[in-house]
Design a protein around this ligand. Structure first.
Ligand code: GLU
Length: 550
């Protein structure tokens, strides 16, 4: 009996060989230096910021080099798979305009290297595993959970390294006859890789972020095929797929760094050159005086849906991640304001290798405010409309009913050299302009803070005098402002700040106090954009109703 017989007993239906697949998936027709990257999430129902962060790097690397960025659905852990998770991944990539060059979604396959869903690639994996068995580099393992537990206890007791290796790897020495017999008897088994490594020896490995690392060789006989569904484990599937799909650069989280020795040995066993690896740092956030890993449970910003719900423009989220992807990104962007992040040349060396990548929501807010401030009012309206349709139907109805009015509101202090930067995302807009809509103004609980002037009668006097005698919608801004000063003079307030500062006791207050009273009377807020513009947008009869409330 030979290894070939064993391989045939395990995989009687596999009649193809590795060469068949190598021919089926030939080298990609790309120019020298083009990079092939992949985003390979396991669909679990969440789209994490960390995964998205890697997808952006994949996209930029491929784009920079005229390469290919593809999506591979790593669903070999079928217990965890959630159908909606796949939709969520694709939808998120669409939202951010980073739809991969190759992918498979809802029976649509784009690209010649598919299937791009691991559970559909079983036959390919089996062919590769069959080959390993034939050359004596993989074997069935019949150890039960109880036996493995006992083994672990023994290892703990003798302070040995944990795992299935060397003399602990009981099943690696079974005779072929026994293996075949036990399989025929229907015993459950997994397939393990037969490692030839020596844990005492070390080898050099180049990680593109961390530089050359000196790692111990692998000596673990890891599981490459599970017993129940006969699907491969991540380690094996990633090797087969990245090889056949001609991935040049694997971008993945640093949690995989410890698996590198296994992966390198797998590539070696097939005589195949491994791709280059970019192990990305963990995304961390500030916590007290230190930093900690973003937690899916504790930090809503760890999940991509957070940004969508709050209504951040997609590009703002991408830009905020770019600033932690490469330390020189901001400087580059300031020097090249008209270019997009896709024009930036990503360099793994400029990525923080230790201590994590510090993500900061305040930074995102600043970036986002800047980006939104540059939108044209029409465009901002459309975005606000799309967002509110899903997340705030009451507001959606209002802004749809008063479309032109809303565009005018959004246009206050916009489309000018130094636009106002107060909207950090779409969900923050309503809270900043609600008072412009009577439906909200008259129905919301309001509190007025008039500032230094707080005598009710005095407030009424200022407001009534102003609107009865001085205010005219047709006035240009300069006239408007002069009339505000006239109002002050007529009521004993200083219209000139310099004079006021020199002699405060001579006046009841100053022009700033008076305009605050008018601003607050009409909006309730002392922090609004340009009062002149606001008053222009609210019809006089609507103003009158607001004054009645005082
Ligand atoms: N499916 C793996 C994960 O979600 C991907 C790791 C990789 O990119 O190779 O963690």
């Amino acid at each position: 009996m030979t290894n070939k017989d064993l391989a045939n007993v395990i995989f009687p239906d596999i009649d193809k060989d590795i060469k068949y697949y190598e021919d089926m998936y030939p080298n990609r027709d790309l120019k020298e230096g083009a990079k092939v990257t992949r985003f390979a999430p396991s669909p679990t129902g969440f789209m994490h910021l960390g995964g998205f962060f890697q997808a952006i790097i994949d996209k930029v690397l491929a784009h920079n080099s005229n390469g290919v960025f593809y999506l591979r659905n790593e669903d070999t852990d079928q217990k965890r798979e959630v159908k909606e998770a796949v939709d969520l991944i694709m939808k998120t990539l669409e939202d951010y305009d980073i739809v991969p060059d190759e992918y498979e979604y809802n029976d649509k396959v784009v690209g010649n290297y598919g299937p791009y869903i691991q559970s559909k690639r079983k036959e390919i994996y089996h062919t590769f595993i069959k080959h390993l068995i034939e050359i004596g580099r993989a074997y069935p393992c019949f150890c039960t959970k109880e036996e493995l537990d006992l083994m672990r206890q023994k290892q703990e007791k003798y302070k040995a390294r944990l795992g299935y290796y060397g003399r602990y790897a009981k099943c690696r020495n079974l005779s072929i006859e026994e293996q075949i017999e036990r399989i025929k008897n229907g015993e459950e088994y997994v397939i393990r890789f037969k490692s030839l490594g020596d844990n005492e020896k070390r080898f050099f490995f180049d990680d593109l972020v961390r530089g050359t690392l000196n790692l111990p060789e692998n000596d673990m006989d890891i599981i490459i095929m599970k017993s129940n569904d006969k699907l491969p484990t991540y380690h094996f599937a990633h090797f087969v797929d990245d090889y056949l799909m001609h991935t040049t650069h694997v971008v993945r989280g640093e949690e995989w760094l410890s698996s590198v020795p296994v992966h390198i040995e797998l590539f070696k066993a097939f005589g195949v050159k491994p791709p280059k690896y970019i192990h990305t740092p963990l995304i961390v956030k500030r916590d007290g005086n230190g930093v900690r890993k973003l937690s899916k449970r504790k930090d809503p910003e760890a999940t991509m849906s957070y940004y969508k719900e709050l209504g951040y423009p997609a590009i703002a989220v991408i830009e905020s991640l770019m600033t932690i992807i490469n330390s020189n990104y901001e400087e580059w962007h300031t020097a090249n304001p008209d270019k997009t992040y896709l024009d930036f040349t990503y360099s793994p060396k400029k990525m923080s290798a230790t201590g994590g990548a510090l993500y900061d929501l305040e930074k995102l807010n600043n970036i986002s405010k800047n980006i939104i401030s540059k939108f044209k009012a029409d465009y901002l309206y459309d975005e606000l409309s799309k967002w509110s349709k899903v997340y705030d139907s009451e507001f959606y109805e209002l802004i749809t009913k008063y479309k032109d009015y809303t565009i005018n509101i959004l246009n206050i202090e916009r489309e000018q050299k130094k636009p106002r930067k107060d909207y950090e995302n779409y969900s923050s807009i309503k809270g900043l302009i609600w008072y412009m809509y009577d439906e909200l103004f008259f129905n919301e609980e309001k509190s007025y803070d008039f500032g230094t002037i707080n005598d009710k009668e005095e407030i009424k006097l200022i407001v009534n005098t102003y609107f009865d005698k001085f205010y005219n919608k047709e006035d240009d801004k300069e006239t408007w402002f002069n009339k505000m000063k006239e109002l002050c003079d007529s009521l004993g307030y200083a219209s000139n700040m310099k004079e006021y500062k020199e002699n405060p006791d001579k006046f009841k207050g100053n022009v700033a106090d008076v305009s605050t009273v008018i601003r607050v009377a009409i909006t309730t807020s002392s922090q609004t954009p340009d009062l002149y513009e606001i008053l222009k947008l609210i019809d006089n009869d609507r103003i009158a109703k607001r004054i009645e409330l005082l």
